[in-house]
Design a protein around this ligand. Structure first.
Ligand code: MLT
Length: 387
């Protein structure tokens, strides 16, 4: 039985896809795979039996990617699976920022016993009036799965949409409305946009990217939406910008002791992907990635190893090797098989940063001797005999 541990509740429809050879375990130390949503894994002991971690979501800042890669543990995420859920909340949040809908709802609640509420509402409502989003300029930083959906939806609502993403993929470019104007730098967005929404991962290079010097480049009263990660924003600088009115409103999906006390801020409790559809999509995608990796050795949507998909093995044997991305590895692998007169029928090798992955489909079963020699090779992190 292959053992899977769920660090967070994972949608049942995903777990149902695990099939008969799998069982859920409460014990992380015996699991071959971990499914996780927001649980923080940085201080967790990573057992030798662990082969894969799949995050049911896009962000992976709760997982120690390098530590996992060093142990040959492949980490997956589910890009795009919750994009529609996040997009819908971003659109709703722009509307909440444009008009004081929550203030109006609150007023009605407070006046629930007022017999004259209908008449009083007509006087009170001017306090909650706002503006429309149609015709306003929206800047989108990061045009991945979520950014593109937000761009298209905002465009259809009549907004003037600008996007910036130096890493824009062909797939996302093809899915994006032609009415979205691409700009070359974030600075161009900062200067002209009324609303700015950020959809980039939290990395050392993006941590604190919204700070005093960036706010100074923005239009007075700009609305900033953050459905990515709280630490993309320097919160001390944001507090100052909100107090001075430089930033008119901050919408953030990450409550922390600072964000919940910021003025002119709407905080939601990490609700972006909390829809049944998004949770189902993420769970199904995470489970299918894990199964393909455990059963076929294929890597799809990994964030610490290269994607490497050789399909289902049609030869007698398949060996996968997680290794360092250093010279001469392939020569040494092939020489080893040649020495034992084992023919390699298909080979795939890909690298990502310091790590690489090789799939070798061979004409016969592999011998223990070859596998042990591979394991002992300098630079080799993990060898798996798939078949
Ligand atoms: C994500 O990174 O996609 C979200 O944080 C997912 C979630 O809400 O768990």
């Amino acid at each position: 039985m292959i053992k899977v541990n769920c660090l967070n509740p994972i949608a049942e429809c995903g777990l149902d896809m695990l099939g008969d050879q799998y069982e859920i375990t409460e014990n992380t130390n015996e699991a071959q795979a971990i499914l996780v949503r927001s649980a923080v894994m940085h201080d967790m002991e990573l057992s030798d039996s662990l082969l894969a971690v799949a995050r049911a979501g896009a962000g992976v800042n709760n997982i120690p990617l390098d530590k996992c890669a060093e142990k040959g543990i492949v980490v997956f995420n589910t890009p795009g699976a919750n994009a529609n859920g996040v997009k819908e909340l971003v659109i709703a949040s722009m509307l909440l920022a444009a008009r004081d809908i929550t203030g109006g709802i609150q007023w009605c609640r407070e006046n629930k016993d007022n017999e004259n509420i209908a008449k009083d509402a007509e006087k009170a409502k001017k306090a909650f009036a706002g503006t429309e989003i149609k015709g306003k300029k929206l800047g989108i930083i990061g045009l991945g799965a979520i950014g593109v959906l937000v761009a298209n939806a905002a465009n259809r609502l009549g907004m003037d949409v600008y996007g910036c993403d130096p890493y824009l993929s062909v797939e996302h470019a093809l899915n994006m409305s032609r009415d979205v104007t691409m700009v070359k730098s974030n600075d161009e967005l900062y200067e002209m946009c009324d609303y700015i929404t950020v959809h980039v991962p939290l990395l050392e290079s993006t941590r604190g990217m919204f700070n005093k010097s960036v706010f100074e480049k923005m239009k007075d009263g700009v609305v900033i939406l953050n459905f990515s990660r709280d630490t993309l924003v320097n919160e001390a600088d944001m507090k100052e910008a909100l107090e001075s009115g430089k930033v008119g409103k901050y919408i953030v999906d990450f409550p922390n002791p600072t964000t919940v006390n910021l003025p002119n801020t709407i905080v939601t409790p990490h609700l972006g992907a909390s829809t049944q559809e998004s949770e189902d999509n993420c769970a199904k995608m995470a489970v299918s990635e894990i199964r393909d990796f455990l059963e076929n050795g294929n890597i799809r949507n990994s964030v610490n190893y290269p994607n490497c998909d050789a399909g289902v093995c049609s030869t007698e044997g398949r060996i996968t090797i997680a290794h360092k991305n250093v010279p001469n590895m392939l020569t040494r692998f092939t020489a080893l098989f040649a020495k034992d007169n084992i023919n390699i029928e298909n080979m795939m090798n890909k690298s990502l940063g310091n790590f690489a992955y090789t799939i070798l489909d061979i004409c016969s079963d592999s011998t223990d001797e070859v596998v042990n020699e591979l394991k002992a090779m300098d630079g080799v992190i993990r060898v798996r005999v798939i078949k």
